[in-house]
Ligand binder design. Sequence first.
Ligand SMILES: [Zn+2]
Length: 348
Amino acid sequence: MPEHNSTTELKTTTDQARLRLSSLENLDDLETWRLEVLGRHGLLTNLMKGIGDLPNEIRKEFGQIANQERANLENAYTNRLLELKNTPNDTSGVDVSLPGRLPVRGALHPITQVRRQILDVFTRLGFTTIEGPEVEADSYNFGKLRIPPDHPARDMWDTFWLDGSHLDEKILLRTHTSPMQIRYMESHPEPPIRIAVPGRCYRYEATDATHEWMLEQVELLVIDQGITLANLKGTLQEWARQMFGADRKIMMRHSYFPFVEPGVEVAIDCFDCDGSDRSCGICRGSGWLELLGAGMVHPEIIAEAGYDPDVYSGFAAGMGVERVAMVLQGVTDIRHYHDNRHPFLSQF
Ligand SMILES: [Zn+2]
């Protein structure tokens, strides 16, 4: 039996719909197609509406074909829907030409970076890094460092006192890393000693561009036979070269710290100008930058630790990590470091 025109028309229509379906590239177009072809007022529904006008002998066959075609198209639709949903370059809601979002990248705090730089140099020079308690006993922070109660030097190191009423002596937040000199010597009966002690220290004082109530220090202690001021100078000279450049010179000037004799303040020559630029932001025209305090360990402290001061001598040095960082990083206000503001910190 030859196909009736209506049946041919039905097949042509569904073939075209199927062809269009396979060319659809996004979910919006697919939904439009679904409404036009399978929807309540879609193509197939319209074709079925004419079934009542068909001659009896082909009505049944037309109905069967139409139902079969609808089922086929619904299957094809479902498949295409799954395909488009699983295609990574589905462009229905995403502009694939946009640049990607960069992940947020973390970094070490600038003070941590500089502390590590400092310690790297001393590690290469043979120092061992150790740490000590931030809460200290009065005797370790002051007394054993030759700063008894009422000593005027205590005025330089006012600090935060803690409630130690249940203890034998007063406790405080350490004002420097020097207590670890004593603690380390007490626990090591025999020199040689060559240690670097990083850590936080606290001062009870008003803050300004160069003073903070919390700061990081790195302390050095060397004790051995025949250690002289020349060893101190050589060590710090080499450190300055590795931190600030091979041409750096250091200058030592006499200073006073109760636990060393003699005591020195150590400066490096300005690496930005040679002292000729009065407006130099780093040295203000002086040509030198004060960086740290140091000196030869007082013989009384060596004796107190149980070593023979006629056999052993040593040097100690303490530097503020923030101070070194400010010089290295060109930062003019120490308070920036612990403000925790991201725009500042993210520069490093
Ligand atoms: Zn300068």
